[in-house]
Design a protein around this ligand. Structure first.
Ligand SMILES: [Zn+2]
Length: 197
């Protein structure tokens, strides 16, 4: 589920819809939590769907570290990519704001953490745009992303966290462990789907 202070708006005719903050969302705020209403499909289950449904769903699905295809049930699935995104997926089952997001600002995420399997052209035109998403993006950029996520997770206790109620006790414990000892941080590298060859 996505943070309540968000809404869907058209970004542009070329890009389509995106998600925007309706209030200040400070760095360290948990912005999306994977919950039990998100759909999880094996690749086989996905392949067996009618083509019409497969084509419609494809844009919104991502692979988790087990290779399962995940579909968020709410407008979390409409978040666009930016190579300088203001939110990022973590290895804790949630996404976090990695800088302050101003009211009216588009919320973007890093698709490089979503196990894109085929090189995928992107059009975000952000400064230093990578122009393509690649399967090994986590290997290439994981260290930089970890630095952003780690710094943001250190702010969790300081921010209002409306989505905290959705976290299971194990995740809450992992956050507390990290707060007690930052060396226990779990890297975004563990989000990578290690496809068996
Ligand atoms: Zn870009």
């Amino acid at each position: 589920m996505i943070h309540p202070d968000t809404k869907v708006r058209t970004v542009s005719e070329a890009i389509g819809n995106g998600v925007f903050a309706t209030a200040l969302i400070p760095q360290g705020t948990i912005v999306v939590v994977r919950d039990r209403f998100d759909t999880s499909l094996t690749i086989e289950e996905f392949q067996q769907l009618p083509a019409l449904l497969k084509n419609a769903l494809e844009t919104y699905l991502y692979h988790d570290c087990d290779g399962k295809l995940i579909l968020s049930w709410d407008h979390a699935r409409l978040m666009n990519h930016s190579c300088a995104s203001n939110t990022m997926l973590t290895a804790y089952g949630f996404e976090i704001a990695v800088r302050d997001i101003q009211p009216g600002e588009e919320m973007t995420t890093e698709y490089g953490l979503l196990n894109i399997q085929e090189p995928y052209q992107i059009h975000c035109k952000c400064p230093g745009c990578r122009e393509h998403l690649r399967r090994d993006d986590i290997d290439q950029h994981g260290e930089r992303w970890d630095a952003l996520v780690r710094a943001s997770m250190q702010l969790i206790a300081e921010q209002e966290q409306p989505l905290m109620a959705l976290l299971d006790s194990r995740t809450k414990q992992r956050i507390m462990d990290f707060q007690c000892d930052n060396a226990l941080y779990c890297s975004v590298h563990s989000l990578k789907w290690r496809v068996a060859l």
